[in-house]
Design a binder for this molecule. Structure first.
Ligand code: UDP
Ligand code: MG
Length: 309
């Protein structure tokens, strides 16, 4: 039987109306279940009163700690900054808008306590209320990711509890561009899931714009799969075969009879090929840009303020 402190990590960007509710909810649930805990809220460059409220909460309760980024670095950075601050024997990620029910943390903790699992993931019973475009987008993304990298993330989210060993493994990763949902799976170990119902956002609106979501999706696919690069090779081979066929066709049929028709075909194929080439170069360029980002080795976040200093 394991026992120990749980570090609850909550990324927060412009969540002024949710911070106090979050602290209160976590406190009630943890004290109710008798789980020793710390709550680390990572303020991801909020422009509202999130930080001021967080400071007050930290003053009231020494188990609450906060760090604040110098600007918005994104949820991924906030999660990893929280992990690097965690002192617990296990750590869990939770959204600060209370969409992930804090009570589920107890079920996760209990599973961790059995000593049979190092990672306990929250699995959404049903997807939250989403627009049709969002649903279509996320389904396509998960299908693509599964086809290209074999990682199945449908109905999974960032709501998970990890043993100290996984936290240490993740903290030791040198890569700068991360996708937590899949990376937390990468070290391996024994895994189980806990089902939960996604609640409505406690207050405010989603902080993920369509552009942020597309960036996250592209980043996830490219960090777990080189399939798009192989696709480029496939397109090259395909167009080579096509042009060979066209050569044979042109040789077999006299030019005088089919001159005009062939010219149209030639132009069409030329356009298609140049299109493929440009897309291919774009894909290679995208991977190169990612390599460039890694080589620059800039920090993933900068901490501007802390509640404990
Ligand atoms: N978040 C963040 N940085 C960002 C975007 C979001 O820290 O750049 C936080 C946000 O405050 C929330 C969590 O990540 O606690 C999930 O974001 P949100 O609820 O907006 O996403 P959704 O639930 O719509 O997927
Ligand atoms: Mg949310």
């Amino acid at each position: 039987m394991r026992n120990g402190m749980l570090s609850v990590i909550a990324p927060a960007m412009n969540e002024q109306d949710n911070i106090s509710r979050l602290c209160e909810a976590i406190k009630n649930v943890m004290e109710g279940a008798g789980i020793p805990y710390e709550l680390i809220v990572v303020d991801d460059g909020s422009r509202d009163a999130t930080w001021q409220i967080l400071c007050e909460e930290a003053k009231k309760d020494s188990r609450v700690r906060g760090i604040s980024f110098s600007r918005n670095f994104g949820k991924e950075s906030a999660i990893f900054a929280g992990l690097s601050e965690a002192k617990g024997d296990c750590a869990a990620i939770i959204d600060s808008d209370l969409q992930f029910p804090p009570e589920t943390l107890c079920a996760m903790y209990e599973k961790w306590q059995t000593g049979d699992f190092e990672i306990v993931e929250g699995r959404k019973n049903a997807r939250q209320k989403e627009t049709l475009t969002y649903k279509l987008f996320s389904k396509t993304f998960y299908k693509l990711l599964k086809a290209m990298s074999g990682i199945d993330l449908d109905n999974m989210c960032d709501f998970k509890l990890m043993d100290r060993c996984i936290v240490d493994d993740l903290n030791a990763l040198p890569e700068k561009q991360t996708f937590f949902r899949a990376l937390s799976d990468w070290p391996g170990y024994r895994k189980t899931t806990v089902p939960f119902d996604v609640a409505d956002r406690s207050s405010g609106t989603s902080k993920f714009t369509p552009v942020k979501l597309v960036k996250l999706a592209l980043g996830a696919i490219s960090s777990f799969s080189a399939a798009p690069l192989q696709l480029v090779t496939g397109c090259g081979v395909g167009s080579f075969i096509l042009s060979a066929l066209l050569c044979i066709f042109t040789l077999c049929f006299p030019f005088a009879e089919h001159g005009n028709e062939l010219f149209c075909w030639a132009v069409a194929i030329l356009l298609a090929l140049s299109g493929i080439l440009m897309v291919a170069m774009g894909v290679i360029g995208y991977y190169m840009a990612r390599i460039y980002e890694e080589v620059k080795a800039r920090p993933r976040w900068i901490v501007g303020r802390r509640t404990d200093r």
